[in-house]
Design a protein around this ligand. Sequence first.
Ligand code: AMP
Length: 213
Amino acid sequence: MAEQSREQAKLRPCIVLLGPPGSGKGTQAELLEERLGIPAISTGDMLRAAVAEGSELGRRVEGVMEAGELVDDEMMAQAVAERLRKPDTGHGFLLDGYPRTLGQARDLEAILGEVSARVVTAVAIEAPEAVLVERMAGRGRSDDEAEVIQQRIRVYREKTEPLMGYYKRLGLLERVDGDQPIDAVQVEILQALSAAGVVPPSEGRIREQPGRV
Ligand code: AMP
């Protein structure tokens, strides 16, 4: 057992951010990236970049994204595996928007095994539905029209919410109230991460040790 935990300690930490669309996951991921000195990897941003470039992946996912549906698990696994092989993930990384289905959570375990990493915590940012809708309506993204917003929330409830149970059973789930000002949410996340032993207890020490989560 001690041997196993020593082995686990050598693996690079992966922090998973969970939460419905509009929960502020992306904003919080960027703040954490700065504070912890590890990259925040947003699959939504990766896919939007692919669409903007007009790459083959972009052409394949554009319609699915516009409809508020999920890109299939296999395509996502490929994109994420490729991204995690880049050297900037050397001290660990945050995942914003992946996994989003139970299948993706299992794919992630396999991918992390290949790159010597492991999920250390899954932070779920929660907020009431009215708050989510209001925030998304204010973003002006092409998949943020009223109908599509509703669809994305439905897809979240059906396919992504079960991941809370998945990570809870693994003892890795931390829940955070996303219906607060941005800074207050960030503090709650950092507290959850330090309570889980993922980052040092004080913010000051976190600042002094970028990349040492
Ligand atoms: P996001 O910016 O995370 O809200 O993602 C925007 C859109 O990209 C989603 O509505 C999906 O269509 C697609 N997408 C992002 N991440 C994933 C994922 N892990 N699995 C499937 N589709 C995804």
